[in-house]
Design a protein around this ligand. Structure first.
Ligand code: 4FN
Length: 431
């Protein structure tokens, strides 16, 4: 595997080629590295590699001539090398892309300086743009070194054979478990115990806890095996969705004037939010209204659908509806519901910028990150009518940021808002 770095600062890059794992691989001839300096391809007497931008503006732009000549020299002739520009506009680098790059014979890594390069260079001489992350850098060189480091260690022979297999376990999508070496003081006893099955179970559990609490983005893409689920349950960890209850609140809510009212139950809300709650694996779906006849109606609707399922000849559809409706419970007040759950964290939702003054807003992601670490149940309140009344403030401990559409119209049905919210909280991120 060959790496060619096109840079006007070879002295920044070259020391890296002499140290550590990469340095040893270069020494052993397992990989080869070189730098190509666009300044060596200038023809003017000042050897200039930059010029002022057309259209004005601050800073300088890398001139196309010397840069194109340097890339051409680095890439050689057919079969040409894969030419990568390190750029904040590139695709974020992932281990999956690193694995693919490690199969290529020759990478040319082009590093920008100043305010960037002339666009025509990108059009004519770049195959792919890659970013190493969202922060301002003074040049692409450190990005090129990141790629070399990540790719080189996957080239056969660069790491010992036993360590190369480690990449698979490392890239299973979980963070590493905590590691210890001597002295023995403060080391978890299980690691010194010599029970290998117990050690493996402990390490797997630690990896999952760390990933869930520190990297919700990785955790939401992780699919635990049955054995993993058992380990999590043993550690007393239940997924947040299985501890989450959704409540559709009919009182106290507001009317269009802001007065506190009791709204009427509707069939669609009962039915559709039950199916959404079931889809996202919630523990319960609750209807809150002080009107006894309305609670009876809701209980009746749920029972009716369940009975219908028992009789139906379109079994699958009716069954799935009935299963969802088993989540439905009715309550006379939020206080009564809260009392039934075990010390829940009560989360209010609001479509209004000025709703629930004095309680800090949290995004769904922030809420999930915080509550994943907890074992308490979560109760999410959805308001009907013109929204939850602020007299609820004493019982509410969290408020979610409103769902933000585009434009001034902001009138989602409670069924739609509930479904969007559940996906933001618990939808699997397949990114
Ligand atoms: N950076 C942003 C937005 C706009 C510009 C920059 C920025 C170095 C030549 C590019 C930056 C980040 C990740 C190369 C940043 C990377 C670079 C990278 C990079 C000088 C022009 C510049 C992302 C913060 C919104 C300067 C952010 N990965 N411009 O840093 O080359 O590879």
């Amino acid at each position: 595997m060959k790496f060619s770095v096109v840079t006007i600062l070879p002295e920044l890059v070259e020391p890296t080629f002499a140290a550590g794992v990469v340095g040893r691989a270069v020494q052993a001839g397992t990989i080869s590295v070189e730098t190509i300096n666009p300044r060596d391809f200038t023809t003017d007497k000042h050897r200039s590699v930059d010029d002022t931008p057309y259209g004005g503006g601050p800073g300088m732009v890398m001139r196309p001539g010397p840069l194109l000549a340097a890339i051409d020299r680095a890439a050689g002739h057919e079969p040409r090398a894969h030419r990568i520009l390190l750029s904040p506009a590139g695709t974020p680098l992932t281990q999956a892309r690193v694995r693919e790059l490690a199969r290529l014979p020759h990478l040319v890594l082009v590093c920008g300086r100043y305010e960037g390069l002339d666009e025509r260079v990108i059009e004519a001489a770049i195959d792919e743009q890659i970013s190493i992350g969202d922060y301002v850098l003074t040049g692409g060189e450190l990005g090129a070194l990141v790629i070399i480091d990540a790719v080189a260690r996957l080239v056969p022979g660069v790491l010992g054979d036993d360590r190369s297999a480690d990449d698979e376990s490392f890239s299973n999508g979980l963070l590493e478990y905590p590691q210890y070496t001597r002295p023995a003081d403060g080391v978890p006893a299980i690691l010194a115990g010599g029970n290998h099955a117990a050690i493996e179970a402990w390490r797997r559990t630690q990896s999952m806890i760390r990933t869930a609490t520190r990297r919700p983005d990785l955790w939401s893409r992780f699919a635990p095996s049955t054995a993993d689920e058992k380990l999590l349950a043993k550690a007393g960890i239940s997924a947040l969705h299985t501890r989450t209850h959704l409540a559709l609140v009919h009182h106290p809510v507001m009317d269009r004037t802001g007065a506190v009212i009791t709204s009427a139950l509707t069939n669609f809300d009962i039915h559709d939010l039950a199916r959404s709650s079931m889809t996202y694996g919630l523990a319960g779906y609750h209807l809150v209204t002080p009107i006894t006849s309305q609670r009876d109606k809701a209980d009746g609707v749920a029972r009716l659908w369940m009975e219908e399922a028992a009789r139906s000849n379109t079994k699958d559809l009716a069954d799935s509806r009935a299963r969802a409706l088993r989540l439905v419970r009715t309550h006379a007040s939020i206080e009564a519901l809260v009392a039934e759950l075990d010390d829940p964290i009560v989360v209010a939702t609001t479509a209004r910028e000025d709703g629930f003054p004095g309680i800090a807003r949290q995004t769904p992601r922030e809420l999930v990150t915080e509550l994943t670490n907890s074992s308490r149940p979560m109760l999410v309140l959805l308001g009907t009518g013109w929204g939850l009344a602020s007299e609820l403030i004493p019982s509410v401990s969290r408020v979610l940021t409103p769902i933000d559409g585009r434009g001034p119209y902001n009138h989602l049905s409670v069924r739609s808002a509930g479904a969007i919210l559940l996906d933001r909280l618990f939808g699997r991120d397949r990114g």
